[in-house]
Write a protein that binds this ligand. Structure first.
Ligand code: DGJ
Length: 711
């Protein structure tokens, strides 16, 4: 060890020892109604008092350590597990100090510093508090000056301690076309693990967002609830370790096969965990989450979203310039503002006429689009329609020029038969040449004149995680380095194209996470666009995501009535995936009416507060309402899933004293009129007596606007 390193190591040791001898007072992370109390103990370790309980230094038990480390006394699921440079598999972290800075009047950054007394190894626990929104972001920065790399075997982003007596977990499982299905269960002694090992996306089978309810099963208006959401688009692990006395909620990068060799003087920053607190149930939790997300979680969260027409369900791969251009006039006539050209526009030696070829060859197909993308964008522009394009930059079909030229660019395992999914492979984004290639694809495509929007897709996950770029003794870095390189690419894209709107998609809802969403405006929740399924799925996504970020397209899935399908899509970011040239006049009129109504209410639905009223999992209908921030307007949606006698729906969040005029928007043709149509009521009356919707039969819907009456 050099004399400099020895001196710094001694300083580290002294700091830790002095801290152990004289722990400082509690560290309180405080937001409007939430407190997290940390306390260095007499032994120098950092302890947490249960959420809601006051800090105290007496009788700290090892299972109350805030960020427990493996190998030196802790016997439950550790937050940190390290193999030091000399092979020692234990870590001890002692408190050395904390700093706090105000980043904005409402936002604070607290760093709590810990050090190992035996090694020059440090961890900073970082917390960003958003005071008014009751949001805390937590992550760790791990740093060392040991003589050789240390191996991070496990490095959680969070490891919060919660009470164990009446704690429920709501989590979400699914698969392609059936994403985001909730399960609510009481946590019991033992470990409950939710994870994914998909590498290039967080979800498909499980979502990295969950809810913990501390007072029994969660409900919309009462009880203490914490939403947790991990900002990570790769393999994740959320673990709930119930030791009989406490629940420890851990979340972070999945330790599975992901040992990370951290070089001396490098810093490993874990993904960020988002915690959102409410003492008044799920509704308040979501409103705070949405409010945070619009400002910090997604791009341009203060701008309302346009009306989009996509060709995927209408044409699939079967189109050319004329076919696509023929969709523009009807799109414009009906009120669409943006056209999205989906998969199938590229590939020449291997034309992308189905999903088995062409992926990776991002030149417009010369037969289909002889004058390229710009001419199609310009045709759309002539009608004042914006134009968007589909891309899947991370993937390649073996039947492509790209694969012919660069077979070593794909992620695969040597000596194993190539395993394809949807006939495709993932490009190895840890390889600099692949990073350059993907950037050139994005740069050239989005830089085409007239491109205002892009859908970024990702249609497979890793099953053979081998990289021919990474050294053989660093293969475990693939999982983390891929996601980091992906974020670098997404960040570059967002910076280079600040005015291009971006949709995040991954075989449907495989990338519904705030890690990637930061660079995007919205996500595609599912390829299942059956509005019956969407009523429920949108409800479940809405626990975490604001409606403006959830893309909802009207299609023929399920062959539901057009009025029902349009109403369901109107409650999120409205789009259509229909061949308008083939619609009946009546359906066209319904769509046009829905678009007019959507344009009228979208400032309320996208920027306002959401109140979930009737749970479609439990009731014959789903009902929700949005309220503008100034409470001068509100919009109520009722989606009837089963026949039921007409019952009033009670809106929430209105201003009690304001008098509101009640008006149904885009009523179903030939349906009964809303009994309260055109009448005025106070907010108190509406919230007490409700509105009897004009729908009672299955697959009917009703959208009602409340407008403050200024007279
Ligand atoms: C999967 C997406 O989820 C669909 O919306 C569509 O874009 C296809 N990929 C295109 O291949």
């Amino acid at each position: 060890m050099s004399s400099k390193a020895t001196a710094s190591w001694i300083a580290t040791l002294l700091a830790a020892l002095s801290c152990a001898a004289a722990p400082s007072g509690p560290i309180t992370l405080r937001t409007a109604t939430f407190e997290l109390n940390l306390q260095p103990g007499a032994d120098g370790r950092l302890y947490q008092r249960e959420v809601g309980a006051a800090a105290s230094s007496k009788d700290a038990r090892r299972n109350e350590e805030f960020y427990p480390q493996a190998g030196d006394g802790y016997v439950f699921e550790p937050a940190l597990q390290v193999t030091h440079a000399d092979g020692n598999t234990s870590t001890t972290l002692l408190f050395t100090g904390a700093t706090h800075t105000n980043e904005a009047p409402d936002i604070g950054l607290t760093r709590v510093n810990l050090r190992d007394p035996a090694y020059p190894f440090e961890v900073s626990l970082c917390f960003r508090t958003y005071h008014d929104r009751d949001v805390i972001e937590q992550w760790q920065e791990i740093h060392h000056q040991e003589s050789r790399p240390v191996i991070l075997e496990r490095m959680a982003s969070t490891s919060l301690l919660l009470p164990s007596t009446n704690t429920y977990l709501r989590h979400f499982f699914g698969d392609w076309t059936n994403e985001m299905q909730p399960v609510t269960e009481q946590l019991a002694p033992g470990m409950k693990v939710l994870d994914s090992k998909l590498g290039v996306r967080a979800g498909q089978f499980r979502n990295p967002s969950f809810i913990l309810s501390l007072d029994g099963p969660p409900n919309e208006t009462d009880g203490r609830v914490l939403a947790g959401s991990l900002k990570w688009s790769g393999s994740f692990q959320c673990a709930f370790d119930h030791d009989g006395q406490r629940v420890r909620a851990l979340a972070g990068v999945n330790p599975f096969a992901s040992a990370y060799f951290l070089k001396p003087n490098e810093t490993f920053t874990t993904p960020v965990m988002i915690w959102v607190w409410s003492a008044n149930g799920l509704g308040e939790m979501s409103r705070k989450f949405h409010d945070w997300a619009r400002q910090f979680g997604i791009r341009d969260g203060n701008k309302i979203r346009s009306v989009l027409l996509n060709n995927w369900e209408a044409t699939g791969f079967n189109f050319d310039f004329n076919r696509i251009a023929s969709l523009f006039d009807p799109a414009k006539q009906i009120g669409a503002e943006l056209f999205l050209l989906d998969d199938g526009w590229f590939g020449n030696k291997f034309p992308r006429t189905n999903d088995s070829a062409g992926l990776g060859d991002w030149q417009p197909n010369r037969h289909r689009l002889p004058n390229g993308l710009a001419s199609l964008a310009s045709e759309a522009g002539k009608r004042n329609l914006q134009f968007g394009i589909w891309l899947e930059p991370e993937m390649v079909n073996p039947k492509s020029e790209l694969f012919e030229n660069h077979p070593d660019w794909v992620i695969r395992q040597p000596k194993r038969d190539l395993e394809l999914q949807r006939h495709q492979l993932v490009l190895d984004l840890t390889r600099p040449k692949v990073q350059d290639f993907e950037w050139s694809v994005i740069h050239d495509t989005l830089g085409t004149p007239g491109i205002a929007y892009a859908k970024w897709d990702c249609n497979r996950y890793l099953t053979q995680p081998g990289s021919s770029w990474l050294p053989s003794n660093r293969q475990s870095h693939l999982w983390i380095d891929y996601v980091r390189a992906l974020y670098a690419l997404m960040d570059k894209t967002a910076r280079a194209f600040p005015h291009t709107e971006l949709m995040l998609c991954s075989s449907g809802g495989g990338r519904a996470d705030y890690g990637a969403l930061k660079y995007f405006h919205e996500f595609w929740p599912s390829d299942n666009t059956d509005p019956v399924r969407r009523v429920i799925m949108q409800w479940d996504y809405s626990y975490f995501f604001p409606s403006m970020a959830i893309a909802g397209h009207v299609t023929h899935w399920g062959n539901r009535p057009m009025h029902f399908a349009c109403s369901v899509a109107m409650s999120v970011r409205f789009g259509m995936d229909l061949d308008l040239t083939k619609l009946s006049a009546e359906d066209k009129a319904i769509c046009a009416g829905a678009i007019t109504a959507y344009k009228h209410i979208r400032d309320v639905t996208q920027l306002g507060d959401l109140y979930r009223l009737e749970d479609p999992h439990l009731e014959p209908r789903g009902a929700l309402n949005f309220v503008a921030r100034d409470r001068a307007r509100a919009v109520l949606f009722v989606f009837q899933l089963k026949d039921a006698p007409a019952q009033p729906v009670l809106p929430r969040g209105l201003d009690p004293a304001t008098r509101y005029i009640v008006r149904e928007l885009n009523p179903a043709p030939g349906g009964p009129a809303l009994p309260q149509e055109g009448k005025t009521f106070t907010g108190t009356e509406l919230m007490r007596d409700g509105v009897v919707p004009s729908c009672a039969g299955a697959l009917e819907a009703c959208v009602v606007e409340f407008t403050a009456n200024s007279n």
